[in-house]
Write a protein that binds this ligand. Structure first.
Ligand code: ATP
Length: 370
């Protein structure tokens, strides 16, 4: 495998319609050697645009990109390294295999063009096919394969080229849920094994959470937050990040704040939740939005005066867990509990939240109050 480079993006901006549409708005990021980085965000947030700039298929309006030690596009555009000279492999959702060639032919094509010795081509194709579990399909043509098998061939065709950077744009989008999970697992395993720096574009937060070493969460051409899946889940910097990451979705409640003794209380309707004493000084007189992850609700007794009480609307069994949808003060909330505790959930339910687990955001700006 070639040396795996890092990627640095500085002030990258892509403007369309005479500057009226900013597909990328001053994007800055650093991806480490061998890292699995996922660009995540809603449709139109600029993920593909960023990927195309890194691949060299799109020239940005301004900004620079460095891959390893090499500047591939400079701010003044005097330096531009062409896509074919960047040693990058790309896989898109719409992968196009050559229909008249076998799987082996498809995978070997780029290496044959580069005049690699036959023995080396065979060794590389067999080794990658083995990793992807498609070695028994090497003599078939694409039409004789399932969608998932074809997708694995497309990944294999990109991987045999020994890329120093692997770019994937929603590569699992065409697969059904089960296959998607399987190919996802294989992709992660192979990426680890080869140590190739990878950028993966998706709008699917589950995919991002399971694959990424680092997630770059984008909105309107800007990075909202970047960090490990754990960082984004445990310390979202605003309500957008909190709402985008995590399934089922985080519960939001608009609250007023009062202080009692040494701690703040978050009030909504006639209900109230105690907050962390460490936040008291930062919250006085503020309107807040609090975020509660469904798994952070704990079942409590109906007689507990500190618990909030709600009317159960629906219980969804999930195997060893249950999702309980309940209504408190006109807010529909969802909690995730151990299925063994289902007996404690009747028409009414009482829940508490560890004050340290509450996510507290400014009611006006949506920014985290930490
Ligand atoms: P998706 O998940 O839907 O693929 P994305 O996050 O990859 O979305 P991009 O394809 O990068 O988004 O597009 C970012 C923005 O730039 C969008 O608002 C899109 O409409 C706009 N855009 C992209 N290409 C062009 C173009 N050639 N001309 C004008 N606007 C464009």
């Amino acid at each position: 495998m070639s040396a795996v480079p890092s990627v640095s993006v500085r002030n990258l901006t892509v403007a369309y319609n005479k500057g009226r549409t900013l597909a990328l708005d001053n994007l800055n990021l650093d991806i480490r050697d061998g890292e699995f980085c996922v660009f995540l965000g809603p449709s139109g947030c600029g993920k593909t645009t960023a990927l195309l700039c890194i691949a060299g298929l799109l020239v940005p309006t301004s900004g620079s990109i460095k891959i390893g030690d090499q500047v591939v596009i400079s701010d003044d555009k005097k330096t531009f390294v062409r896509p074919q000279e960047r040693n990058i492999a790309m896989v898109f959702q719409e992968y196009a295999l050559y229909p008249s060639m076998t799987v082996r032919g498809n995978m070997a094509f780029a290496l044959e063009n580069k005049k690699y010795p036959r023995e080396e081509i065979d060794r590389k194709v067999n080794s990658i096919a083995n990793m992807l579990g498609i070695e028994q399909l090497l003599d078939r043509k694409p039409a004789q394969l399932s969608g998932g098998q074809r997708q694995r061939v497309a990944l294999g065709r990109a991987l045999v080229r020994d890329p120093s950077l692997f770019l994937l744009d929603e590569p699992l989008g065409n697969l059904d849920a089960k296959l998607r999970e399987q190919v996802r697992f294989e992709l992660k395993r192979i990426q680890r094994q080869l140590g190739v720096t990878t950028i993966y574009v998706t709008h699917d937060q589950t995919e991002a959470m399971t694959l990424a070493d680092r997630i770059v969460l984008m909105k309107d051409g800007k990075v909202m937050q970047q960090g490990s899946p754990k960082d984004l889940y445990n310390r979202p910097i605003n309500t957008f990040v909190a709402g985008f990451v995590g399934t089922p979705k985080i519960n939001f409640l608009e609250c007023g704040v009062t202080a009692k003794e040494n701690r703040p209380y978050f009030n909504f309707g006639r209900s109230s939740l105690p907050g962390s004493p460490s936040l008291k000084a930062k919250l006085s007189g503020k309107a807040c939005v609090i975020g509660i992850r469904p798994s952070d609700f704990a079942l409590a007794d109906m007689s507990d005066p500190e618990a909030i009480k709600g009317t159960v609307e629906l219980i969804e069994p999930m195997g060893d867990e249950i999702l309980v949808h309940f209504m408190v003060e006109n807010h529909l909330l969802v909690g995730k509990f151990d299925a063994a505790d289902e007996d404690r959930v009747c028409e009414r339910v009482a829940v508490k939240v560890d004050p340290e687990k509450l996510h507290v955001f400014d009611g006006k700006t949506g920014d985290r109050i930490a």
